[in-house]
Unconditional design. Structure first.
Length: 109
């Protein structure tokens, strides 16, 4: 397993895979990122992120059955592993802890 740090885009992909489970595949992940964030993202960037996350052990994939509407091609479906869940939880807890440390005075400006 490669490094265990999550970049912002990798965290976003992991979260979207969770949202779309059990139908998370490249194009659906890309579209959900666009829909949820308004952010333009290339399919190549999504595939690179998915591959990095799989190399880190945070995602696993399997090939679905071929479909007629995809010209007989199979979708590669992604799911979050236990290590991916731990990484997301760690990031979530860190962000919450940092938010909780901002004094109320900061927000009154």
């Amino acid at each position: 397993m490669k490094g265990t740090n999550l970049g912002e885009f990798e965290e976003l992909i992991l979260l979207i895979v969770g949202v779309l489970f059990p139908n998370a595949y490249g194009l659906s992940i890309r579209q959900e990122i666009i829909d949820q964030t308004g952010r333009k993202v290339a399919i190549g960037a999504v595939h690179s992120g998915l591959n990095r996350l799989e190399d880190k052990g945070f995602l696993e994939s399997k090939l679905a059955e071929a479909t007629h509407e995809r010209g007989g091609r199979r979708k590669r479906l992604f799911s979050i592993t236990a290590a991916g869940q731990r990484a997301l939880t760690k990031n979530h807890e860190l962000r919450n802890s940092l938010w909780d440390q901002i004094p109320d005075l900061v927000w009154k400006t």
